[in-house]
Each structure stands twice: as structure tokens, then as C-alpha cells.
Design a protein around this ligand. Structure first.
Ligand SMILES: [Zn+2]
Length: 417
């Protein structure tokens, strides 16, 4: 029997098919604007365009270098672990679950340390460009906190994974895909109340013009907004942004202080209306449903890849079940990283459509197309983002339509009767 030969390609095909189906099922139907054609030079000075391009180039190099170091480190540990590390993992394998937690946390810390120099380069680049306001001490403290949180989550995830491999050696992908969706929902629910306050201060918007604008917009949109917070983003960045977070009782709209203080009122209203559109259309839940459709074939692919890589390490060419100990974790981590990176890029297709609809909804709610156009200009200039990035990079990594497209929505919008 050579059936095992087809396992991996079949898993790849079902993963791609599921992502396509999920995106088709969940895409916004209607409510989208066909953008007017816009020349970037009509809205941005050549200096602004040049400044954004000069910032984007090194930033991309830093991003891909970080990716290469992460992938290279994981590949080395999974395929040719240095002898001392192999010894440590074997020792940890004597206590399967506890050992798995320890190796999971260690892998996460090794990755954090390996990528630290490149992250530091990225920080320096952002400081030089005037985008980051953080000193090295504060930056290191952030990096330390993130590493500890990452290691704790990796420990829990590794323990769960090895427990599932032990209990379901041939089909752990099935319970693992359920776990991925449940853990993502729990993360979405808990992060605004548990994790985010470790990094920033959130304060409900005080009574005043902005608060009444927000409540009035929410009322007209027919949206139960939860709470609206301002966040002290200026302690790290000069950039402006806003987002919706949380799930159920932790649902909220968050506005950067830079946005509230730095942008004209009509542009802030435009942002708020955009965020309300996400609440109205349950876009965070939509993302979870997308994940629920894609996770089963995605985790099947993770299992097949893990079996291949772990089998190669053991010299087993039949690709039997993966080791049910910490020894399988480097292979599992590498497989999970590859599959979730591909999944992230696939999910950007839906994200861009969801963001386009939120813009259209914001226009309908505010009836202020000039505010949306001004906002896209302000955001691109402040955040040093290219109004029209290279098409291939945008197709792979863009979560939002380009600023030029979004200006085009404002120009093409016509009030509905
Ligand atoms: Zn959005």
C-alpha cells in the first residue's frame, strides 16, 4: 500500500478548498462600492509618497528577515536538532505531559530570543522615522511581557497537543481543530480584559461631544455598541488607529488617543462609523466561523506535515503516527507555523471585502464622503503607509483595501434613497 503518499497532497487540496468555500459563504453580499479610479498623486504630495516608500522598503526587509529566522530556527530544531537540545527534549519526554509543557514554553522563548535582534532593528527603524515614541527600556519591557505570555500559551498548547496525540494517535487533528476554534473564541473574549490592560490604559470616553456623536451614530446604525474606550496608544506610537475587540459581554470599540486628539471631528466620526459597521455585521464572529470551517482540514494538514517531519527525524519513511511525546513538538510547531501563515494570507481575502463593506456602511451612516477621503489621507500620512503598495504584496498581506481604493469609495459613493 502506498496510500500514505497521497495523504499530504489530499490534505493540502482540502485545506485550499475549505478556505475558498468559507470565503464565498461568508463574504458580504451587496453593500459594496465600486471604487472610482484615483491617481495617488492627486491626493498625496510627492514628498509624502516618497516618505512612505522609503519607510516601507526597509520595513519589508525586516519583516521577511524575521520570518526567515523564525522558519529557519524551527526547521533546524525539527529536522537537525543540535545534540544538547536533542538530549534535553529526550529527557523531557520521560514525563510526557509536563515535559511537553516545558518544551513548548522553551520553543516559544527560543524563537523570541532568535528574532529579538531583528525586532530591535524594526523598533529602531520606527523610531528613526518618527513613528515609534518608545525608549529602549519600555520596548524591552514590552518584549519581555509578550515573551512570557507567549511561553505560557505555548506551554498550555503543547500540553494539550501531546495529550490529544496520546489519546487519538491517528486522528488528533479532529479534536485539535475543535480546540483551535474554542481557544480562539476564548482569546477573543478574554484579551480585552486580561491581556490588553497589561500593555495599555483603557478609559471609557468621557461625556462630551465625541461620546454623544458615537452614541448618536450607534443609535442610528441600530447597533448595541458595548462600551467605547480611548487607549493611550501615544505611549508607543504617533500612528492613529481604531478597532473593535472582544466577544459578547467584552465587546467594545477602541479609539487611539492620537486619533481623538489629532484628527478633525468629522474624520473621527468616519472611523467610528466604520467600526460600528463591524459590530453591526458581526465581523469578529464571522472571522471565527471562517476559522471553524477551515480548521478541520487545516489541522489535518498540520497532522500530516508533523508525521512527515517527525518521521524523517526518526528515520521512519512510512510516515506512521507522530511521536506521542515532547519529541514531536518541534515538528508540530513548524507545521503549525507554516499552515497558519498560509491560512492568514487566505483569510485576508475575506478581510479586505469585510473592510470594504464597513467603509460603504460608514458612508451611508455619516453621509460625509469628504470626511472618509480626508481620513484615508490622514491615516496614510500619519502611519507612513503606502497609499498604493505593490499589488502582489497587497494581495498576499493586505488586510484592508488600499488607501487609494478607499478614497475611490468616497468619490464613487452616492446617497441611497
Ligand atoms: Zn475595519
Amino acid at each position: 500500500m502506498r496510500a500514505h503518499r497521497y495523504r499530504l497532497p489530499l490534505a493540502v487540496i482540502s485545506g485550499v478548498a475549505a478556505a475558498g468555500v468559507a470565503t464565498l459563504l461568508l463574504r458580504p453580499r451587496g453593500g459594496l462600492i465600486d471604487p472610482a479610479v484615483v491617481e495617488p498623486t492627486a491626493y498625496f504630495s510627492s514628498e509624502e509618497l516618497e516618505r512612505a516608500r522609503d519607510f516601507a522598503g526597509p520595513r519589508r526587509v525586516i519583516f521577511f528577515a524575521g520570518l526567515a529566522v523564525s522558519a529557519g530556527t524551527l526547521a533546524l530544531l525539527a529536522l537537525r536538532p543540535p545534540a544538547p537540545i536533542r538530549g534535553l527534549i529526550e529527557a523531557a519526554s520521560r514525563r510526557p505531559l509536563l515535559g511537553a509543557a516545558g518544551v513548548g514554553a522553551s520553543l516559544s522563548l527560543v524563537l523570541a530570543v532568535a528574532t529579538l535582534p531583528i525586532s530591535a532593528l524594526g523598533h529602531e527603524h520606527a523610531v528613526d522615522a518618527g513613528l515609534s515614541t518608545q525608549g529602549w527600556g519600555a520596548w524591552l519591557l514590552d518584549a519581555g511581557k509578550s515573551s512570557v505570555i507567549g511561553a505560557a500559551m505555548a506551554a498550555g498548547g503543547a500540553l494539550l497537543a501531546i495529550a490529544l496525540i496520546r489519546r487519538f494517535p491517528r486522528m488528533w487533528w479532529a479534536p485539535a481543530s475543535v480546540a483551535v476554534v474554542l481557544l480562539s473564541a476564548a482569546y477573543l473574549y478574554a484579551s480585552p480584559v486580561v491581556l490588553d490592560p497589561l500593555f495599555n490604559r483603557f478609559e471609557p470616553l468621557p461625556a462630551g461631544q465625541l461620546r454623544s456623536d458615537v452614541l448618536e451614530l450607534a443609535d442610528r446604525a441600530g447597533v448595541e455598541v458595548g462600551e467605547v474606550y480611548g487607549v493611550d496608544a501615544s505611549r508607543r506610537t504617533t500612528g492613529a488607529n481604531a478597532y473593535v475587540g472582544g466577544l459578547g459581554t467584552t465587546k467594545r470599540v477602541v479609539l487611539y488617543d492620537n486619533l481623538i486628539d489629532g484628527l478633525p471631528e468629522d474624520q473621527v466620526r468616519s472611523v467610528v462609523a466604520h467600526e460600528l459597521a463591524h459590530v453591526k455585521h458581526r465581523d469578529l464572529t464571522r472571522g471565527l466561523v471562517w476559522l471553524a470551517i477551515v480548521a478541520p482540514p487545516g489541522m489535518l494538514l498540520v497532522q500530516r506535515l508533523t508525521e512527515r517531519i517527525d518521521g524523517r527525524r526518526r528515520g521512519d519513511r512510512k510516515h506512521g503516527p507522530a511521536s506521542a511525546t515532547a519529541a514531536a513538538l518541534p515538528a508540530l510547531a513548524l507545521s503549525l507555523a507554516v499552515v497558519s501563515f498560509a491560512g492568514q494570507m487566505a483569510s485576508n481575502v475575506l478581510s479586505r471585502q469585510v473592510e470594504a463593506r464597513a467603509d460603504a456602511f460608514a458612508l451611508q451612516l455619516t453621509r460625509e464622503p469628504d470626511a472618509l477621503i480626508g481620513l484615508q489621507r490622514s491615516l496614510a500620512v500619519r502611519n507612513l503607509s503606502q497609499p498604493e503598495p505593490p499589488a502582489l504584496l497587497h494581495d498576499l498581506f493586505g488586510t484592508h483595501p488600499t488607501a487609494v481604493e478607499r478614497i475611490g469609495y468616497g468619490l464613487a459613493w452616492e446617497p441611497e434613497r
